[in-house]
Write a protein that binds this ligand. Structure first.
Ligand SMILES: Cc1cc2nc3c(=O)[nH]c(=O)nc-3n(C[C@H](O)[C@H](O)[C@H](O)COP(=O)(O)OP(=O)(O)OC[C@H]3O[C@@H](n4cnc5c(N)ncnc54)[C@H](O)[C@@H]3O)c2cc1C
Length: 376
């Protein structure tokens, strides 16, 4: 199979996905493909089996050195807008980065990806002051070798899908609560399955002012790992993507200053319906994060095809090489088609996100932000 990078770098015109994109976007994508290949050969590939063995021996092993390396390569700021000190890359080019990385290691791809889901939540919240503060700290953390990454904490022991689907939220059995206190809130509760929870500097936590009315009392807050009352719980024992920890996060009377509230009823302009705005906020975050999942899935399936091809070139059935048998060839061709289909669907959804999604809003004047949401 032809490598994704080869097609792009050899003949742009043949690469139908990129038709219609500006030359600056195409150049950015080429730069990102080179970056991803370089990062894979120097950082990802040497760690894949090393981590497998280490986590097999000690399931609580934390691959902090990978986060430090990614930080050193400025990967936690490359896809931040230039206005906030970042590299100014777009979510479109992140698709190529994710696909290439995931074809070598899904867990490490996710360790970078969840940070950007957190940034998407910040940008979708319209809280530009906080976004700017966080971005400044991410950049400063690159210089000082202290990674400032984000995780996103929604899932709770007794609430999963219902927290992500606004139709179900009304009846969700929520456990993470906020009580108003002097200058902010007090946060209590537990989150589970949080990707990178043990490794991230901050978590974006969804909690509720009224347990009996979660759909009308949702609040998102930024919690630093150093906050008094915050602690890490257990690390899940996973079947796959083991180096991307799925963490339990425990909040025991954690004080959240008003400055660290990302999204709440108080942040919603009086002329807008809070429930509708909260729904859009969740949809923005999920929409963009799901395209990342699509890119990663494409990368994994490409790897599966490469391994199958290798196997079929070496193994024989009744003395005939598998690759020369018609039914095997049909199966391989189907795998190949599915990869292109998957890449196409993911790319289409990214284009839609690029056009309507939260990152688009970040480059537009802040005043037009709500207007566009209302038009939608
Ligand atoms: C590896 C991994 C990483 C994760 N990372 C994060 C993270 O970083 N941050 C985070 O917040 N969460 C994270 N999650 C949690 C993930 O988002 C949840 O697992 C997901 O939302 C599903 O929730 P649940 O597991 O509680 O399943 P449930 O919500 O209990 O659902 C179980 C099943 O029941 C079905 N179901 C649920 N409700 C209904 C209904 N009302 N009617 C009909 N069917 C229904 C679902 O479709 C599903 O098949 C992660 C999970 C995993 C496995």
């Amino acid at each position: 199979m032809i490598e994704l990078g080869e097609i792009l770098l050899s003949n742009d015109d043949n690469f139908f996905l990129l038709k219609g994109l500006s030359s600056s976007k195409i150049n950015e994508i080429k730069e990102v493909i080179n970056l991803a290949n370089d990062f894979c050969s120097k950082v990802v590939i040497p760690r894949v089996h090393k981590y497998e063995i280490q986590i097999d021996k000690n399931p609580d092993f934390l691959p902090s050195d990978f986060i430090h390396e990614a930080n050193r390569w400025q990967l936690f700021s490359k896809w931040l807008p230039k206005a906030f000190g970042g590299g100014g890359f777009s979510p479109l080019s992140m698709h190529f980065f994710n696909e290439i990385l995931a074809s070598h290691c899904m867990a490490m791809t996710n360790m970078i990806g969840v940070h950007y889901v957190g940034l998407t939540a910040l940008s979708a919240s319209m809280n530009y002051k906080m976004l700017q503060n966080v971005c400044k700290k991410i950049k400063a953390g690159e210089k000082k070798s202290t990674p400032h990454t984000l995780s996103i904490a929604v899932t709770e022991p007794e609430a999963g899908t219902d927290l992500e689907d606004h139709k179900l939220l009304k009846n969700a059995k929520v456990g993470c609560t906020l009580i108003k206190s002097d200058g902010g809130y007090t946060l209590n509760g537990t989150k589970i399955f949080i990707s990178n929870g043990h490794l991230s500097h901050w978590s974006i936590v969804t909690a509720f002012l009224d347990k009996n009315s979660p759909h009308t009392s949702q609040v998102s807050v930024l919690v630093s790992k150093d906050s008094p009352g915050f602690s890490h719980g257990k690390i899940e024992r996973k079947l796959g993507q083991k180096s991307c920890t799925a963490s339990e996060l425990i909040f025991d009377n954690v004080f959240i200053s008003a400055d660290n509230v990302i999204f709440s009823k108080d942040h919603c302009p009086a002329n807008l319906d809070f429930e509708e705005t909260a729904k859009t906020f969740t949809a923005d975050v999920l929409n963009l994060s799901r395209t990342g999942v699509g890119s990663i899935a494409t990368g994994i399936s490409k790897s599966a095809l490469d391994l199958s091809l290798k196997y079929c070139r070496e193994q024989k059935i009744n003395g005939v090489l598998m690759g020369q048998i018609e039914w095997v060839q049909i199966k391989l061709a189907k795998m190949h088609n599915n990869i292109y289909l998957s890449r196409n669907i993911t790319f289409d959804s990214l284009l839609a996100n690029d056009y309507w999604g939260p990152f688009k809003e970040m480059s537009a004047p802040v005043t037009s932000f709500f207007m566009k949401k209302v038009e939608r």
